[in-house]
Ligand binder design. Structure first.
Ligand code: ADP
Length: 394
């Protein structure tokens, strides 16, 4: 048995899970929030121990130091040497990383060289890696890239129709994100169905605050996905616009006197479900408002469902048909209403779901006469990270 950390460092947060591998049992998990403030928050769940602290933490290093100390003082581990591996979620692997990678100096330099492709994610992922390295220098660590699962996408799907020289000069192309999640739910589906990769064509829908759809062919390869050069592209999301006419951007910049950071903030933080409804980014709030006849809430729901269904339809065409559709993440796992709105729009595929199965969050929603299976599979990116540490690190 090995104790493996799965780490997800954000700009002011650090999520962690300590897993026992290969059993995949979660030993402990938790989160640091508001790192960089005098009132950072630390939450840890360990069996019946639920620790919640407000403490000053000026950076990620202090959070990591605190975490490792608490693990020992709470008796969760006896010594730090019990931690045999650490997996770090890294947002962007560019064209360089087609799989997860054991971290050494040269790998770390390559990850840093991709900072410009994900300026709000990669630098902080690197900070997380370095913080653990400084406390556990001899522990194997592995970088798990959000983009890697999508390395099988062909140029005709990943190139943008802009002058080719910008691909050569700046590597502007579709990369796709949420790869660990799409991969996890796809592999879990095959396991549940007792099938080998190489049988089913599947579309997976990761619908959380960020959202993307992925087309997976019968070889188990991602062949298209809706996020692009950045995670702003594709579907309408909680606060992100997804795809829009590119000319809206200079138009708004000019009329509203916005600089590039302000327009990006508008498109990433004030758009999507929040922007259209004017109420909330949370689809639970939008559902209640729509039930009270709020017209903009209804509009937001219909736009959201249209965009998911349109993307699925395009990917079904790309794959030449599908055997299964999978919903995952906060919205996909919990919102029977969104699943129902999306599936109704896919009736032309002879895809039918059973209302009772849907309302009760059953694993399979389809009716007996549906031509396509429809599954709800809770995502678990931490398990993919820990599995990759074990696969590559030992
Ligand atoms: P993140 O992308 O932040 O990891 P999650 O996958 O945790 O997001 O999803 C968070 C979102 O899930 C919330 O914004 C909320 O809108 C949505 N959500 C959670 N439960 C429900 C529900 N019952 N109905 C609709 N939406 C839900």
């Amino acid at each position: 048995m090995k104790k493996i950390f799965a780490i997800n460092a954000g700009s002011s947060s650090l999520k962690f899970q300590l897993l026992e591998m290969p059993t995949e049992i979660v030993i402990t998990k938790g989160i640091f929030e508001r790192i960089g403030s005098s009132e950072a928050e630390f939450t840890l769940n360990y069996n019946t121990v639920k620790k919640h602290e407000i403490l000053p933490l000026s950076n990620h290093q202090e959070a990591v130091d605190h975490l490792l100390e608490v693990l020992v003082t709470e008796g969760i581990i006896k010594t730090l040497t019990e931690i045999e591996g650490i997996g770090h979620r890294v947002a962007h692997g560019g064209e360089q990383f087609q799989d997860s990678a054991v971290i050494n100096d040269s790998i770390l330099k390559t990850i840093e060289s991709l900072n410009h492709l994900a300026p709000s994610h990669n630098p902080v992922n690197v900070i997380g890696i370095k913080a653990f390295q400084s406390k556990l220098p001899d522990t194997v660590s592995v970088a798990v890239f959000d983009t890697a699962f999508h390395h099988t996408i062909r140029p005709e799907a990943y190139m943008y129709p802009i002058p080719f020289k910008y691909y050569e000069k700046y590597n502007i192309r579709k990369y796709g994100f949420h790869g660990t999640s799409h991969k996890y739910v796809y592999e879990t589906l095959l396991k549940i169905l007792n099938k080998e990769s190489g049988e089913d064509r599947v579309v997976t829908c990761h619908l959380g605050n960020g959202a993307s759809v992925c087309a997976i062919d019968s070889n188990g390869h991602s062949v298209n996905t809706s996020m692009g050069f950045t995670p702003s592209a594709g579907l309408m999301m909680g606060t992100r616009s997804g795809d829009i006419d590119p000319s809206i951007i200079p138009f708004l910049m000019e009329r509203e006197k916005l600089n590039s950071k302000e327009i990006l903030d508008l498109l990433n933080k004030s758009s999507g479900v929040l922007g259209v409804s004017g109420l909330s980014n949370d689809l639970r709030d939008i559902k209640s408002a729509a039930e009270n006849n709020d017209e903009r809430a209804k509009l937001a729901l219909n736009m959201y469902a249209n965009r998911v269904a349109d993307t699925i339809s395009a990917y079904v065409s790309h794959l030449g048909g599908i055997e299964a559709l999978v919903f995952t993440a906060g919205v996909g796992e919990n919102s029977s209403m969104i699943r129902s709105l999306v599936c109704k729009r896919l009736a032309f595929l002879n895809l039918k779901i059973d209302d009772w199965n849907n309302k009760n969050n059953e694993t399979f929603l389809e009716t007996d006469d549906s031509a396509v299976k429809v599954a709800v599979i809770p995502t678990n990116e931490e398990v993919v990270i820990a599995r990759d540490v074990v696969r590559l690190g030992f």
